[in-house]
Design a protein around this ligand. Structure first.
Ligand SMILES: *Cc1c(COP(=O)(O)O)cnc(C)c1O
Length: 420
């Protein structure tokens, strides 16, 4: 065979990318899918990823579908998306977010993004100045971790405390932060823990961040997915204390993650973010990033305005039933415990008691064998930075969830230590 070109090529794998990539949920899910037994005729039960949109009970509202169709039919939204988004869309999002707040959000502070993911991408890459670090929760939403690794922004982890209803370990925040700490990320309602943070606790977080001089990134993508006793309070209420970057999307509330529409809102009444130059840099990164599609932007005022309240209340009712079923079913399985009944989001975390199991050494082995033997996908805790726990989503069709727990129960019994 003849030689082709140079003896040595100057390009290759990027180690930074490889490292960042080993932390994604998709990576773990692919591994589990590889473990599935192709000869098992039963349908796979997906309790790993929180995307209920394929299930009939979680189909989006016809009014939202009609809004998209109408935006397309009107031919008004075929042009390139304008810088920062359509004014009518930013206004609709600002009004929507202001509904439950004690003040009004200005459309100028709303930046439209390709789902909440792009808000994370843009924000993390803007914050990643050399030497900086960011405080992320444990357990985490791993997209933050991957993007921080990719941007070479150092990650420091504070704990969410299961024994305190998953509250933030505030002492840890003070101990971890230094003058290179740029931000802390708080996800409320919490993915993966399923808790909703209390107003007083949010205020303490805001005060701590303010004292330390760090930005609060409030990921509120589940802001309306709350079905327990605690009301949701937005971190936006504490913007007087600390600058807040609020992130959200239509993905979860309307069950349309494929529509890729989200936002990033700068809440900065004292112009701290603005005067520091952060807002300017953020807008510059936004301007060099891909925009959300124009017709989705065009549809947003009607998606928000015409979806009926009954749609949301009925979906919340379904999710509440799923969460309760999940919590009750977990109690029947001795080797897992759920420290806190989910009251929001689509997830719960359960702790594995490995001492009760015979031939399973950790969370990853548990999930791989579970996929192989029961065609049931559950995310190992290590994917969210909490080893030997499991993250379970309950946002699936109720019968599917029940079937999933029958399989999980059989699996647990089969692998439990036999009494001698
Ligand atoms: C789903 C999710 C996102 C991403 O939202 P998209 O709109 O689907 O991009 C961001 N943060 C958290 C905590 C999520 O659960």
């Amino acid at each position: 065979m003849g030689e082709i070109g140079a003896k040595r090529w100057n390009f290759g794998a990027n180690e930074v990318v490889e490292d960042a990539c080993s932390q994604t949920v998709r990576d773990f899910l692919n591994l589990l899918v590889d473990n599935l037994d192709r000869n098992d005729a039963r349908p796979v039960i997906p309790l790993g990823l929180g995307d209920p949109s394929p299930f009939p009970s979680f189909r989006t509202d016809p009014a939202a579908v009609e809004a998209v169709c109408e935006a397309l039919r009107s031919s008004k939204f075929n042009h390139y998306p304008s810088l920062s988004g359509l004014p009518l869309t930013r206004k609709a999002v600002a009004e929507y977010l202001s509904r439950d707040l004690s003040y009004h959000i200005s459309p100028d502070d709303v930046h439209l993004t390709v789902g909440c993911h792009q808000a994370i991408e843009i924000l993390i890459s803007t914050l990643a100045v050399p030497g900086a670090n960011i405080l992320l929760p444990r357990p985490t939403y791993p997209m933050y971790d991957s993007r921080a690794s990719l941007s070479q922004l150092e990650i420091r982890r504070y704990d969410l405390l299961p024994e305190n209803g998953w509250e933030v370990d505030l002492n840890a925040i003070e101990a971890l932060a230094d003058d290179k700490t740029v931000a802390l990320v708080l996800i409320n309602p919490c993915n993966p823990c399923g808790n909703v943070f209390l107003r007083q606790h949010l205020q303490k977080i805001a005060e701590t961040a303010s004292k330390l001089g760090i930005l609060v990134i409030a990921d509120e993508v589940y802001k309306d997915i709350v079905f327990g006793d605690k009301p949701f309070v937005s971190m936006a209420e504490f913007a007087e204390i600390v600058p807040v970057m609020m992130l959200g999307a239509i993905s979860k509330r309307w069950f349309v993650p494929g529509w890729r529409f989200g936002w990033m809102v700068t809440l900065d009444p004292h112009n701290i973010m603005k005067d520091s130059g952060l807002v300017g840099s953020l807008v510059n990164v936004l301007n060099m990033s891909t925009d959300t599609t124009t017709f989705i932007q065009g549809a947003i005022p009607d998606i928000i305005g015409k979806t009926k309240e009954e749609f949301f209340s009925s979906k919340l009712g379904t999710l509440r039933e799923c969460a309760e079923t999940c919590y009750e079913e977990i109690k029947k399985i001795p080797c897992i415990t759920c420290p806190y009944k989910p009251e929001g989001s689509m997830f719960t975390m359960v702790k594995l008691d490995l001492s009760m199991l015979e031939d399973i050494s950790d969370d990853l082995e548990f999930c791989c064998k579970l996929a192989k033997e029961e065609s049931l996908i559950i995310l190992p805790g290590r994917a969210v930075a909490l080893k030997n726990w499991l993250r379970i989503t309950f946002a699936v069709e109720l019968e599917v969830l029940r079937d999933g727990f029958v399989r999980l129960n059989n699996f647990a019994q089969r692998h439990s230590k036999k009494k001698t």
